[in-house]
Design a protein around this ligand. Structure first.
Ligand code: ASP
Ligand code: MG
Length: 413
């Protein structure tokens, strides 16, 4: 029998009515001949509330205890869903991450999944149950509860879909799919019907809030089609899927803006082998994730190195850099928090030229100063002043026609 994994985000299970609606959706899929696994997030803004409760008592709560606390939100949802299904006359059972051995590393608050024991789930599916799994949480080798990072239930769902060899992983949310850019910032943004894993990975890591990046990585690695769709309607959403050649015809699929960034620069470090390795090994040890890195040689003896990181990691990053700066003979460091990064993403860039020119031209016309530029094969990003972020995004979206469906954009082949 085909297996369907259906993940429900916080807004899709926010109250009793919505929980019932999610339960009915699962029953429908079951009646259509699927074995159904539901993955649920904490209800509404509950995780935020739990974070606030913690901070009230301790501004810097131990991460292990934070995971103990935050994982309770999902546990409530899954048991309530099981009760709702039971009331509808359907066999259902809920599980925590620990109960299905969703084993992760020990990095509290940003753990990575290592393995899942699918046996218990299969056993229940085979006896006609709808299985409901708490998203966002796992357990490490010491039996301590971990969480996967905010928004991590998507990752739980796709990882489960891979472990169960599911036919589809549906992500039910309060929007009807992935948009060319955040419609709150650019109201003319349009829904994307299909996007490749690589593009979605870039968009997710650049702050397109809809999907958790790790979820897309799992989808890509195990070739699981991910269907992001609205929990309120039956309309098709956005399919995140393997790249097909036609996708290269679309120059730019989406644009993002990231405002929760900070930048640290190391001025004038010794230009010799092993220095970058030292700096980033030290940052990794402090569990700081780094986004874009720029190093420029300024003389045969000296180089400037800078990188961006999430504002939330800035304090730890700065501490780590201060510890290491002498070892690389760094003259001074500078930190900027008043920045934003605007990016365009598209697999079409691989085979077409002129994308950079169009982007820089649009920013120049809008009188936005570009602080620094980084690129990947399918992305161009510019750091700009945060107070020009909105202007920059609109200029770029207009330039690439991101207010039109892909087939109607100019510059397409
Ligand atoms: N409840 C968690 C959060 O709010 C995980 C999730 O919703 O995916 O981040
Ligand atoms: Mg989410």
């Amino acid at each position: 029998m085909p297996i369907a994994v259906q993940k429900f985000g916080g807004t899709s299970v926010a109250n009793a009515e919505k929980i019932k609606r999610a339960a009915r959706r699962a029953i429908n899929a079951f009646k259509q001949g699927n074995q159904v696994v539901m993955v649920a997030s904490a209800r509404g803004k509950q995780t935020d509330q739990l974070v606030a409760d913690a901070i009230e008592l301790n501004p810097n709560p131990p991460k292990r205890e934070m995971d103990m606390l935050l994982s309770t939100g999902e546990q409530q949802t899954v048991s309530l869903l099981a009760m709702a299904l039971d009331a509808m006359g359907h066999k259902a059972i809920s599980f925590t991450g620990t109960q299905i051995r969703m084993v992760t590393d020990g990095a509290h608050s940003k753990a990575r999944i290592k393995s899942i024991d699918a046996d218990r789930i299969h056993e229940k599916l085979d006896t006609g149950h709808i299985v409901i799994v708490a998203g966002f949480q796992g357990v490490d080798d010491h039996d301590d509860i971990t969480t996967l990072g905010r928004g991590g239930s998507d990752t739980s769902a796709v990882a489960l879909a891979a472990a169960l060899k599911a036919d589809v992983c549906e992500i039910y949310t309060d929007v009807d799919g992935i948009y060319t850019t955040d419609p709150r910032l650019y109201t003319q943004a349009v829904k994307i019907d299909r996007i490749s894993f690589d593009e979605m990975l870039e968009m997710a890591s650049l702050g397109a809030g809809v999907m958790h990046g790790r979820a897309v990585e799992f989808g890509k690695k195990y070739d699981i089609n991910i269907h992001v769709r609205s929990s309120l309607t039956d309309a098709q959403g956005t399919l995140i899927t393997k790249e097909v050649p036609q996708m290269e015809g679309i120059l730019v699929s989406g644009a993002t803006i990231q405002k929760d960034l900070a930048k640290i620069g190391l001025n004038s470090i010794d230009n010799k082998p092993g220095n970058a390795a030292k700096v980033f090994a030290h940052l990794a040890q402090a569990q700081v994730s780094v986004n874009d890195i720029i190093q420029v040689e300024v003389s045969p003896e000296k180089a400037n190195l800078s990188f961006t990181t999430a504002k939330a990691d800035l304090a730890e990053a700065k501490k780590a850099i201060e510890e290491i700066m002498q070892q690389v003979n760094c003259e001074s460091i500078f930190v900027r928090e008043d920045i934003a990064e605007v990016s365009v993403i598209g697999v079409g860039m691989r085979s077409h030229h002129g994308v950079a020119e169009t982007m820089f031209g649009a920013l120049s016309k809008a009188k936005v100063n570009i602080d620094s530029i980084t690129t990947s094969e399918i992305r161009i990003s510019c750091i700009v002043d945060i107070d020009q972020a909105q202007t920059a995004l609109v200029a770029v979206c207009d330039a690439f026609d991101l207010d039109k469906p892909a087939e109607k954009r100019k510059n397409q082949n």
